[in-house]
Design a protein. Structure first.
Length: 235
């Protein structure tokens, strides 16, 4: 039996008209951002800051060796780093989720063929695989541009090899294994079953690992925010 991962949910979910902040508050009517402002319902928050100007003013106002301006600068830089990582982990989750959801139908079809021991329509199998290959292509295109969570980014080498993050290399290798057999025709059903299972396993493994990194990064960002706000409240 091929087990395909899925994050489907039958729950109704939160009210889409309310945007929850994670701190027990929410805004009615949706949220949008526009070059330094957040418009949330009837509230407009301007968050534009000239960081260099702020740090320079603090250095001028405080004693020469006071560490507070450098601490503030370090905290803001860490906020930026965590946000950049969080955004890319979230994007990677979305790309992987598309792959996982698309391969589900193909894997079910392969499992049914394996159960009866023959392929009813050989022409249908490559057609059903194409959407999966397309989702992998989209993931790899993005993986070639990633800046923060993978070094080096994904690259296909002239000799057919690959470099880059494991989630890109593993999925492409598993995708090639299935695709090459489909291109040859005259399918070996046990081989197709095993190759599909390997692809599903790779997608599930990396989805789990990416979601863990996403949670860890969000936790680090929350911890930093909590510490900074705790010190602000002390003042």
């Amino acid at each position: 039996m091929l087990v395909t991962p899925s994050d489907r949910s039958d729950s109704a979910g939160p009210d889409p008209r309310r945007v929850h902040t994670g701190g027990g508050a929410y805004f009615e009517g949706g949220v949008r951002t526009d070059r330094g402002t957040i418009v949330a319902g009837n509230q407009t928050i301007n968050y534009q800051l000239d960081i260099d100007k702020l740090i320079a003013a603090l250095r001028q106002a405080l004693p020469a060796n006071d560490p507070e301006p450098e601490r503030l600068l370090a905290a803001l830089q860490e906020f930026q780093r965590l946000h950049e990582h969080l955004y890319e982990w979230k994007e990677l989750h979305n790309f992987l989720n598309d792959v996982v959801m698309t391969v589900d139908q193909f894997a079910d079809q392969v499992e049914r063929m394996d159960a009866v021991g023959h392929i009813a329509d050989p022409r249908a199998i490559p057609r059903q695989w194409r959407p999966v290959a397309l989702k992998v292509d989209l993931l790899l295109d993005w993986a070639a541009t990633v800046k923060h969570i993978a070094a080096p980014p994904f690259k296909q080498l002239p000799d057919g090899g690959m470099t880059g993050p494991a989630w890109a290399v593993d999925l492409q290798a598993a995708r090639v294994r299935v695709g090459e057999m489909l291109e040859r025709g005259g399918f070996d059903l046990p081989y197709l079953y095993d190759a599909t299972a390997a692809f599903v396993d790779a997608a599930a493994r990396h989805m789990y690992l990416v979601d863990k990194r996403l949670r860890d990064t969000a936790g680090d960002l929350y911890g930093l925010s909590r510490e900074v706000l705790r010190n602000v409240n002390r003042g």
